[in-house]
Design a protein around this ligand. Structure first.
Ligand code: HEC
Length: 505
C-alpha cells in the first residue's frame, strides 16, 4: 500500500518533467542570475564567473554539490526563527531543478527563453558611491608569519559635515583581509603617523578616534541604513582603516578602495551598537582548555528604554560553533534575534531584520556563544589543540553579537547611549581581574629592572620586548624619543592601576 501511495505521488512530477525538459536558458539562468552572479562575476569575491551557459555548464558538477549541501549561496543565519532581508538561500525546488538539468545532460535550450543578465554597476554593489577614496600605495602582506594589524589613513578633506548611509570596501587582495574597521580622526595625528616606518600605514591605535563608521568582514553585503539613519562624518575628518591581515601562503599586495554613500541631512535619531559581550568578548573571560568540546560564554543586557533594532551581526574566530541572541520581553515571552547553528569565520554577515524589531524597555537581550576546541572541529587551527584565550590574532578567540538600533523615542537617545557605555565597563573589570591574577602590577619594578639592560633607569626601544615595542611606545612615549623615561614608566603604572581600580569599583 505504502509503495503505491508514493508511486502515485511521483506520477505528476515525473510526467511534468517528461513533458518539459529542464533547459539552461529557461530554468537555470534565472536561478543563477538571481542568486549567484552578484558575487560570481569579474572583479567580485568569488573565484570564477557564472554569467552564461558555458561558465555554468563547465562548473555544473561542483555547483550541484555545493548547492545541495547548502555551502552556496553562503548564508549562515537560521531563517526559520528570524526573518531577514536579502536572504541568500535556494528553495528545495531550485536545488532539484539544478540536479535534474545536469542529469538530463545540461541542455542549453532556446536563448530566447533566457532572462536578461542583471545589470550590476561595475565594482560597486550599491551603485556609484558619492565619494571614492583609495589607499595611496599598496601594502605588502608577506606569505607567512603572524597576523598583521595595520592602520591606513585616507584623507577625505570634506569642506562640510556629511552623514554616512553606507560604506563599501573593496580590498585588492581579499584572501588576506580578515577584517577592517573604519575610524575617524579629526586631529591629524593619524596622518602624521602614516608611513613613519617607511611602509604605508602605521601600527597600534595611538590616535584618539573621533568617530567610528562600522567595518568590513568577508561575505558582508553592503546595505544603506534604513530611513533617515546615518552616521556622522564631520568635516575635516580623515578616514582610518584599521585592517587585520591573515597571511595566505603567498605574498599579496593590498590597496583598498573605499566607496562612501553620503547624505546632507542629519538623522532624527542616534544609531547605537549594542555589543554583547562588549569588546568583542573581551569582558567574557574567554579561556578555552585544549580539547574542550563545548565551551560557552554568555552575557546579557537589559534595555533601559524602548529600542527599535535594524540589524544583528556576530564576530568570532575559528573555534566558534554556534551563536544565538535571544530577547526576553517584559511579559516573559522570548524571541530569537539571531541563530547561527554553524558559525563560519569567512561569512560574518550583517543580517538586516525583514521588519525593524521593537523591543520594549526592560527587555533582556542575551547572547550565548559556544566553541569547540577539540580535534572534532575541522576549523581548529591547532592540532593537537592548545589552550586558547581571548586575543587579537585569528588563532586566538573572540565572541560577541552586535544589535544595531535606535531609541524608539528620540528623547531617549542619551539614556540609551549612557547605558550602552556603562555596559562596556565590564571590559575593564575583566582586565583588572587578569592583571591582579598575574600580579603584573606588583612585579612591575622588577620587570622594568630586568629590561633595563644598560641600567640608566629608562627603557630604550631596543630594551623593550619586540612584541610590545610599538604598543608601549605609541601609548606612553609622550616626547617621541623612542625611550620610556622614568616619568613615562610611571604613567604605565598609573594606567595599570586605573584598570585594576576599575575592576574594584
Ligand atoms: C556572497 C557571495 C557569493 C554568492 C551569492 C555565491 N557565491 Fe559561490 N563562492 C563565493 C566565494 C567567495 C567562493 C570562494 C570561496 C569558497 O569556496 O568558500 C565561492 C565558491 C563557489 C564554488 C566553488 C566551491 C568549491 O568547493 O570549489 C562554487 C561551485 C560556487 N561558489 C557556486 C555558487 C552558486 C551556484 C551560487 C548561487 C546559487 C553561488 N556560488 C553564490 C561567493 C558567493
Amino acid at each position: 500500500m505504502k509503495s503505491i501511495t508514493s508511486l502515485l505521488l511521483f506520477v505528476p512530477l515525473l510526467s511534468a518533467a517528461d513533458q518539459v525538459a529542464v533547459t539552461y536558458h529557461r530554468d537555470i539562468a534565472p536561478i543563477v542570475y538571481q542568486n549567484c552572479t552578484s558575487c560570481h562575476r569579474d572583479g567580485e569575491s568569488a573565484p570564477f564567473p557564472l554569467t552564461n551557459y558555458e561558465e555554468v555548464s563547465r562548473k555544473a558538477r561542483t555547483i550541484d554539490r555545493v548547492v545541495s549541501d547548502r555551502y552556496m549561496p553562503p548564508w549562515h543565519a537560521n531563517t526559520e526563527v528570524t526573518k531577514f532581508l536579502d536572504v541568500r538561500r535556494l528553495e528545495p525546488e531550485q536545488i532539484s531543478l539544478i540536479s535534474r538539468w545536469i542529469e538530463a545532460g545540461k541542455p542549453e535550450g532556446d536563448p530566447a527563453d533566457a532572462p536578461a543578465l542583471p545589470t550590476f554597476t561595475p565594482g560597486w554593489q550599491l551603485g556609484e558611491p558619492d565619494l571614492v577614496v583609495k589607499m595611496a600605495a599598496p601594502y605588502e602582506v608577506p606569505a607567512e608569519g603572524p597576523d598583521i594589524y595595520r592602520n591606513f589613513v585616507l584623507p577625505l578633506d570634506l569642506p562640510e559635515d556629511k552623514w554616512v548611509k553606507a560604506i563599501e570596501l573593496r580590498p585588492s587582495a581579499r584572501s588576506v583581509v580578515h577584517h577592517s574597521l573604519y575610524f575617524l580622526d579629526d586631529s591629524g595625528t593619524a596622518r602624521k603617523l602614516d608611513g613613519k616606518d617607511g611602509k604605508p600605514g602605521f601600527n597600534g591605535m595611538s590616535f584618539r578616534q573621533s568617530g567610528a563608521l562600522g567595518g568590513y568582514v568577508p561575505g558582508v553585503s553592503p546595505r544603506k541604513l534604513p530611513g533617515d539613519l546615518a552616521r556622522p562624518l564631520p568635516k575635516g575628518s580623515d578616514l582610518v582603516l584599521s585592517t587585520h591581515f591573515h597571511p595566505s601562503g603567498k605574498p599579496e599586495l593590498e590597496q583598498t578602495t573605499v566607496g562612501i554613500y553620503l547624505t546632507d541631512t542629519p538623522p532624527s535619531r542616534k544609531l547605537e551598537e549594542l555589543q554583547i559581550p562588549p569588546g568583542f568578548g573581551r569582558s567574557a573571560g574567554i579561556d578555552i582548555p585544549a580539547g574542550e568540546k563545548n565551551f560557552t560564554i554568555k552575557d546579557s543586557y537589559k534595555l533601559p528604554v524602548d529600542v527599535e533594532a535594524f540589524s544583528v551581526s556576530g564576530h568570532a574566530h575559528y573555534l566558534c560553533e554556534t551563536m544565538r541572541m535571544t530577547a526576553t520581553h517584559p511579559d516573559g515571552s522570548t524571541q530569537i534575534l539571531l541563530d547561527i547553528p554553524d558559525w563560519d569565520l569567512d561569512w560574518q554577515d550583517t543580517y538586516f531584520f525583514a521588519e525593524p524589531v521593537v523591543l520594549r524597555a526592560g527587555t533582556v537581550v542575551e547572547a550565548v556563544i559556544s566553541y569547540d576546541n577539540s580535534t572534532d572541529n575541522p576549523e581548529n587551527p591547532h592540532n593537537p589543540p592548545v589552550r586558547v584565550k581571548w586575543g587579537r590574532e585569528s588563532t586566538d578567540e573572540m565572541g560577541s553579537i552586535t544589535l544595531v538600533g535606535v531609541a524608539l523615542d528620540a528623547a531617549d537617545d542619551q539614556r540609551l547611549n549612557l547605558s550602552n557605555k556603562a555596559q562596556r565597563v565590564k571590559i575593564f573589570a575583566q582586565l583588572g581581574k587578569e592583571l591582579s591574577s598575574t600580579g603584573v602590577l606588583e612585579r612591575l619594578p622588577s620587570i622594568v629592572k630586568n629590561l633595563d639592560k644598560n641600567g640608566d633607569g629608562s627603557l630604550q626601544e631596543s630594551e623593550l620586548p619586540q612584541r610590545m615595542r610599538t604598543a608601549l611606545l605609541l601609548r606612553l612615549d609622550e616626547d617621541e624619543d623612542k625611550t620610556l623615561n622614568p616619568s613615562e614608566i610611571e604613567s604605565l603604572k598609573d594606567w595599570l592601576e586605573s584598570m585594576k581600580a576599575n575592576r574594584e569599583a
